[in-house]
Design a protein around this ligand. Structure first.
Ligand code: NAP
Length: 254
């Protein structure tokens, strides 16, 4: 059974892998033996995260990439494949949060800021990924969605729209590329303490209003995403595709 989850001969790319949920996923993959490449814009965070991942005794690489730039994604994808040899799984996890603007006051710039990273960044990353994976006849694509796609998300309609959009994207990819051995799934987190949420999640109002609605009784942590990353990168999930897997401590069920 343990072999099903063994990643020792596998290579993974995680965008936004220098912090938060992406780093939690990267650590899980490294603990299972995978070689891991991470992408992020911040060189210092990249270097620190690379060291954290390498401490598992695997090959770890960090690339400075802004996924909101098509050119940077194309170049970095080629450089990542050249460095690792090939990629078995690609996690499009990089994302930015909403500025909590009332919808009536939302500017086009704010709308596009979020779509550029959360939607177009995923498009370019997965386009390069399928063109790499199709000739190999194998690969796993994973995108980080959000429970904001399942419920009304006031002052973050653009953010929620991207998170619903990426689910539609992976469903199409699962159907289009299934015959080529490529699987595509989404992981949909609930409320997790990360760089994106740390400024408000543990504030009094949020603790009082939101935390009681989490049946598991606590906020999520990056390490809660290690297991699902290993599963989706491994042979254990070989017939699992086109799905959205919610990891939220039961929040959506309450
Ligand atoms: P985080 O700690 O802020 O991590 C975000 C990551 O994305 C960082 O590594 C960041 O690195 C990277 N990133 C942001 N913009 C980028 C860009 N333009 N190009 C390349 N990398 C970029 O936040 P997180 O909560 O872990 O977010 C990870 C994913 O989870 C996001 O897609 C987010 O929407 C989703 N999510 C989070 C929650 C939550 O409660 N935290 C819930 C549902 C879904 P750099 O800043 O160095 O570029």
């Amino acid at each position: 059974m343990a072999d099903l989850f063994d990643l020792t001969s596998k290579n993974a790319l995680i965008t936004g892998g220098n912090n938060g949920i992406g780093l939690g996923m990267a650590e899980g993959l490294a603990a299972a033996g995978a070689s891991v490449a991470i992408w992020g814009r911040n060189a210092e965070r990249n270097a620190t995260a690379r060291d954290v991942i390498a401490a598992y005794g695997v090959d770890a690489y960090a690339f400075e990439v802004d996924v909101a730039s098509e050119e940077e994604v194309v170049d970095a994808f080629a450089a990542t494949v050249e460095t690792l040899g090939h990629l078995d799984s690609v996690f499009a996890n990089a994302g930015v949060g909403a500025l909590a603007t009332p919808f009536g006051a939302m500017t086009t710039d704010e709308w596009r800021r979020v779509f550029a990273v959360n939607m177009e960044g995923v498009f370019w990353t997965f386009r390069e990924a399928v063109n790499h994976m199709q000739p190999r006849g194998a690969g796993s694509l994973v995108v980080t969605s959000s429970v904001s796609a399942d419920m009304g998300f006031p002052r973050g309609e653009h953010y929620a729209a991207t998170k619903a959009g990426v689910r539609a994207l992976i469903q199409g990819l699962a159907v289009e590329y299934g015959r080529h051995g490529i699987r595509a799934n989404a992981v949909s987190p609930g409320w997790v303490v990360t760089g994106m949420t740390e400024s408000f999640i543990e504030g009094d109002q949020f603790e009082a209003n939101v935390k009681p609605r989490i049946p598991a009784g606590r906020w999520g942590a990056p390490e809660d995403f290690a297991g699902i990353a290993v599963y989706l990168a491994s042979d254990a999930s070989r017939w699992h595709t086109g799905d959205t897997i919610t990891i939220d401590g039961g929040y959506l069920q309450f």
